[in-house]
Design a protein around this ligand. Structure first.
Ligand SMILES: [Zn+2]
Length: 194
């Protein structure tokens, strides 16, 4: 297992926040991140811990803060993906500082103690900013930066964390993987018939 369960949650949340809250391209189409009330719903969907009884009431200020965090996290993914690790650190260290990221031992009832990462306060935005930033810091500092990626699909810049055994992931989704396969097939067929 590459990451423990808490790290996996933080990394998944970071990926979800970047992919939901930053403009760019997704799976071949332009992508505009939601604004206003839609932003609150997008934050709720991106973060774990929602309840089956309905969406959480995410305050607009908290959602806006997490949208800014998502921009910072995107800079980290893009820098690492371009082999500019130093630039990733320049983007990440200020987020660790501003969120007051710190470790704390927590446990669920009946479970063993686990190191969790909290922020300077327990607000949604500060807590998740600290957690997601620490997750990326542990990956980069643990010599696993190659596990952070930006989709190689055409017209797609969504990000991912590669947890595959052989560390060969290139795409954000099976949709992009299938698009690339189809394009390669068309190219081959054109070459054969030409
Ligand atoms: Zn993609």
């Amino acid at each position: 297992m590459l990451f423990d369960s808490h790290m996996a949650v933080l990394l998944d949340a970071g990926v979800s926040l970047v992919n939901a809250l930053t403009d760019g391209e997704a799976r071949g189409r332009p992508y505009t991140a939601p604004r206003g009330a839609d932003l609150c719903a997008a934050v709720d969907a991106a973060l774990p811990g929602g309840t089956a009884s309905g969406p959480r009431a995410i305050e607009p200020g908290q959602a806006a803060a997490l949208a800014r965090t998502a921009q910072e996290l995107r800079r980290v993914f893009e820098a690492v993906s371009a082999d500019r690790i130093d630039d990733a650190v320049v983007a990440l260290n200020p987020l660790l500082r501003s969120s007051g990221a710190r470790p704390q031992l927590d446990r669920a009832a009946g479970e063993p103690w686990q190191v969790h990462f909290h922020g300077a306060d327990d607000s949604l935005a500060v807590g998740w900013s600290a957690g997601c930033a620490t997750g990326l810091a542990m990956v980069i500092g643990g010599d696993l930066a190659g596990r952070l990626g930006v989709c190689q699909g055409t017209r797609c810049d969504r990000v991912y964390v590669d947890t595959s055994r052989n560390a060969a992931r290139q795409f954000c989704s099976t949709a992009c993987q299938n698009r690339a396969k189809a394009a390669a097939f068309r190219t081959r067929r054109a070459q054969e018939s030409g």
